[in-house]
Design a protein around this ligand. Structure first.
Ligand code: AMP
Ligand code: MG
Length: 523
C-alpha cells in the first residue's frame, strides 16, 4: 500500500501553522492536515481499471489496510497529507480564498509506465480551508463523482479519475432542496486520482494578493512537473497556450457527449485540461442548448450547455490576468487565448465530423449542425439516443431515405413528445434530406461511416436519473444497480445485450424529480 510523498509539497512553500481550523492562509500553497477518522468504513465500489493502472492487486484492494487508508482512518507511516490553497471566480465574481475544504491529498503513486498519480480523498474531514462547512460529503454526491469520473474516462474525455467509494458509516446533515429542511444522510468518501488537481484558482489566489514570488514558483513547478516539454525563455507563454489548447479540446469533448458541468467557476477548471469537480453536472436528455443541471444556475443559465465554450474562454481570460505579472509583454497571453479559440474550433469540427460520420469537414457544415440543434430542440429529441440512431440508419441501406419520409417513425424511441413529433416532423425531414445530400458528397462505405459515428456517439452516458436509481438503491444497502451501471459505462460505445434500459431516453417519472434531471449544489 505504498504511497510516495507529494512532489507539490516538497517543491512549494507550505503553511507554517499546524492549526487545522478554518482560517486565511497567506504566503503558502498548502497546509498539512490529516483526515478525520470515520466510524464504520465500508468499501462500496472500486474502479478495477484504475486500481489496475495504479498497480493495486485484488488481494490489496480487499485488505483491511486498503479500507483503512482510503477511509482516512489509518495512514502509512511517513505520509504527510495536505490540503491546497486556491481562490476563484464563482459565477463571475471574485470569491477570495477557497482551497481544499474537503479534499485531502494523501500522496502519489507511480504506475507501470512511471507516471505519477496524486491520490486525494474527498469528504475526509475539515481542513484549514473548510470555512463554515464540515469537510464531509454525502453518499449521493460521492457516488455521482465516482461513477462519472470513470465513465468520462471511458468516453474518451479528459478527466480526473476515481479509485474507490467508501461509506463512512456516519451521517452527514444536508438541506437537499435548500428549503430549510436539513436531514441526516449517509456520508461517503471518494478517492480521486489525477496527475494533479491544480486549478486556475491556484494561480489566481497568489496573484490577487500580490504574492508574485509564490505565483512564479507555482507556475514554474507546474511546467517542470507536468509540462516538461516546455523549457527555455518562452516556456511560460508556451505553457499558457497549452493550458488553453487543452481546455479547448476539453470543451469540444463536453459538447460532443452532451456533458454540462454545471459549476464552471475558475476554481473548478483544471490547469491540466481535465474535467474536474463533479457536482450538479448532467448529460443532455432532450436537446436544449439552454439547459443547466444546476438549480443554483437558474435563471441566469451562465453554465448551460451552449454557454460552456464561451465560459471556458472567460475563465482563461481570468487566468491570463492572474498570470500578467509574469509577462512583461502580454502578447503570449493574447496568443494563448487565441490558441483556445483555434483549438476549440478544430476539435469541435473533428468531433462533429465524427458525430455526423463525415470524412472531411467543410466550413459550411457548421450550419448543418446549427440547423440540427434547432430541429432536435423543436421536436424534443434525446441527444444521446438521436445520434446513435442516426448512425444505425446511415449504416442500413435505404433507412435514411425512409427516415426522411417519416421521421417520427424512424426516431420514435428517442423522441419525448408525440405532439411535437407530429408538428415538427417536416423540420426534421428537411434536415435529414439536407444531411443525405451532404453525405452524397462525402462518399464512404456505409459500414465505415456507421463505425465512425459509433466511435463518436456513445450509447451509454451516466444520465442523472440512472445515477439517482443507483443512489437510492445504495442508500438502502443494495449495490447491484451501481455495479450494473458501472459495468455498462466501462464500454460506452458498445451496445450491450440486456443493457437497453441504460440507453433509454429519460422516463417521464424522472423529468422533474430532484436529482433525476436538475440538482442543487447540496453535496
Ligand atoms: P464546490 O462547489 O464543490 O466546487 O466547492 C467550492 C468550495 O467550497 C471549495 O473550496 C470546497 O472545498 C468548499 N466546500 C464545498 N463543500 C464543502 C464541505 N462540505 N466542507 C468544506 N468545504 C466545502
Ligand atoms: Mg470545486
Amino acid at each position: 500500500m505504498e504511497l510516495l510523498p507529494s512532489r507539490f509539497a516538497a517543491a512549494l512553500p507550505g503553511d507554517p501553522s499546524p492549526d487545522p481550523h478554518p482560517r486565511v492562509v497567506r504566503g503558502a500553497l498548502w497546509s498539512a492536515v490529516a483526515p478525520t477518522p470515520v466510524a464504520a468504513p465500508r468499501l462500496l465500489a472500486l474502479s478495477e481499471p484504475m486500481a489496475g493502472a495504479l498497480g493495486f492487486d485484488a488481494a490489496e484492494t480487499a485488505s483491511p489496510e486498503f479500507l483503512a487508508l482510503f477511509s482516512g482512518n489509518r495512514l502509512p507511516p511517513g505520509l504527510r497529507p495536505l490540503a491546497t490553497n486556491y481562490g476563484g471566480h464563482q459565477f463571475g465574481h471574485w470569491a477570495g480564498q477557497l482551497g481544499d475544504g474537503r479534499a485531502i491529498l494523501l500522496g502519489e503513486r507511480r504506475d507501470r509506465e512511471g507516471r505519477h498519480w496524486e491520490l486525494q480523498l474527498k469528504g475526509a474531514g475539515p481542513t484549514p480551508y473548510s470555512r463554515q462547512a464540515d469537510g464531509r460529503a454525502v453518499l449521493r454526491s460521492s457516488l455521482r463523482e465516482f461513477v462519472a469520473s470513470e465513465a468520462m474516462h471511458a468516453l474518451g474525455v479528459p478527466t480526473t479519475r476515481a479509485l474507490c467509494l467508501v461509506a463512512s458509516g456516519e451521517a452527514v446533515v444536508r438541506d437537499l432542496l435548500y428549503d430549510g429542511h436539513p436531514r441526516p444522510e449517509p456520508g461517503a468518501i471518494v478517492c480521486r486520482v489525477a496527475p494533479s488537481f491544480l486549478r486556475f484558482g491556484h494561480c489566481e489566489l497568489p496573484a490577487s494578493r500580490g504574492e508574485t514570488a509564490l505565483l512564479v514558483a507555482l507556475v514554474d513547478h507546474v511546467i517542470a512537473t507536468h509540462f516538461p516539454q516546455f523549457d527555455g525563455p518562452h516556456a511560460r507563454g508556451d505553457w499558457f497556450s497549452e493550458v488553453a489548447r487543452r481546455t479547448g479540446v476539453l470543451m469540444a469533448h463536453w459538447m460532443r457527449v452532451g456533458f454540462v458541468h454545471g459549476v464552471m467557476n475558475t476554481d473548478n477548471l483544471s490547469l491540466l485540461g481535465l474535467t474536474l469537480d463533479y457536482g450538479p453536472f448532467g448529460f443532455l436528455d432532450d436537446v436544449d442548448p439552454a439547459w443547466t443541471p444546476n438549480t443554483t444556475d437558474l435563471p441566469g443559465r451562465r453554465y448551460c450547455y451552449a454557454a460552456q465554450p464561451a465560459v471556458a474562454h472567460w475563465n482563461l481570460s481570468a487566468l491570463a490576468s492572474a498570470l500578467s505579472a509574469l509577462f512583461p509583454d502580454d502578447a503570449p497571453l493574447k496568443a494563448g487565448l487565441e490558441a483556445y479559440v483555434e483549438a476549440f474550433h478544430a476539435a469541435q469540427a473533428q468531433a462533429w465530423a465524427g458525430k455526423l460520420g463525415l470524412e472531411t469537414w467543410r466550413a459550411e457544415d457548421a450550419a448543418l449542425v446549427s440547423a440540427l440543434f434547432a430541429a432536435l430542440e423543436a421536436i424534443e429529441a434525446d441527444f444521446t439516443g438521436f445520434f446513435r440512431r442516426l448512425g444505425d440508419l446511415v449504416g442500413t441501406p435505404g433507412a435514411l431515405e425512409a427516415a426522411v419520409a417519416d421521421p417520427p417513425a424512424a426516431f420514435a424511441a428517442v423522441l419525448y413528445d408525440p405532439t411535437k413529433a407530429g408538428r415538427e416532423a417536416p423540420r426534421l425531414a428537411d434536415w435529414l434530406a439536407a444531411y443525405a445530400a451532404r453525405l452524397a458528397t462525402d462518399p464512404q462505405p456505409p459500414a465505415r461511416r456507421q463505425a465512425r459515428m459509433a466511435a463518436a456517439n456513445p450509447c451509454y452516458v451516466p444520465r442523472n436519473w440512472l445515477l439517482q436509481q443507483a443512489i437510492e438503491a445504495a442508500e438502502q444497502g443494495d449495490l447491484s444497480e451501481l455495479r450494473a451501471l458501472m459495468a455498462v459505462l466501462e464500454q460506452p460505445y458498445t451496445p450491450q445485450p440486456g443493457a437497453e434500459r441504460f440507453a433509454a431516453r429519460r422516463p417521464d417519472w424522472a423529468r422533474d424529480r430532484p436529482g433525476c434531471s436538475a440538482l442543487s449544489c447540496s453535496s
